[in-house]
Design a protein around this ligand. Structure first.
Ligand code: IDP
Ligand code: MG
Length: 148
């Protein structure tokens, strides 16, 4: 069982797509382990995107992610990191496969709706940064019909 971290970015929230996007993860069988609405401040934005510091798009990225509230969540499930990245689609919506969130709802790289951790180390670091130890362990009665 693997955990990963997801953000529904400001454009997803402003466009009224929270439910639509969460539904894709939920019906896939992923189990929510934490969720909150946050108006990201500059410090958290810079920490979250530290790896991109110095890139030409960095300032725009910080402005974007702090511009309006986001929904941050942790999901768990089999191969959750790869499954979520595939469900989200390629960074550039124009290159994302149809059926992915970024292809179905987006057009531009700077308004690509969703963030998802890209590996085990970033997933662990991002979960710790955004939620600390604040995850919910709960029994989900349908698990036997989702996990073999
Ligand atoms: P990812 O979100 O698919 O992991 P990264 O390369 O980690 O993509 O970039 C982080 C975020 O930075 C992207 O999701 C996008 O919002 C933004 N970004 C990346 N490259 C560009 C760019 O060239 N122009 C504008 N925004 C960009
Ligand atoms: Mg990334």
């Amino acid at each position: 069982m693997e955990r990963t971290f997801i953000i529904l970015k400001p454009d997803a929230v402003q466009r009224g797509l929270i439910g639509e996007i969460l539904a894709r993860f939920e019906r896939r069988g992923l189990k929510f382990a934490a969720m909150k609405m946050v108006h990201v401040d500059e410090e958290l934005a810079r920490a979250h995107y530290a790896v991109h510091e110095g890139r030409p798009f960095f300032d725009g990225l910080i402005t974007y992610i702090t511009s309006s509230p986001v929904v941050a969540l942790v999901v768990e499930g089999t191969d959750a990191i790869a499954v979520v990245r595939k469900t989200v689609g390629a960074t550039k919506p124009a290159e994302a496969e149809p059926g992915t969130i970024r292809a179905d709802f987006g057009l531009e790289i700077g308004r690509n709706l969703v963030h998802a951790s890209d590996g085990p180390d970033t997933a662990a670091g991002e979960i710790a940064l955004w939620f600390g130890e604040d995850l919910i362990a709960w029994d989900r009665n349908v698990d036997a019909w989702i996990f073999e």
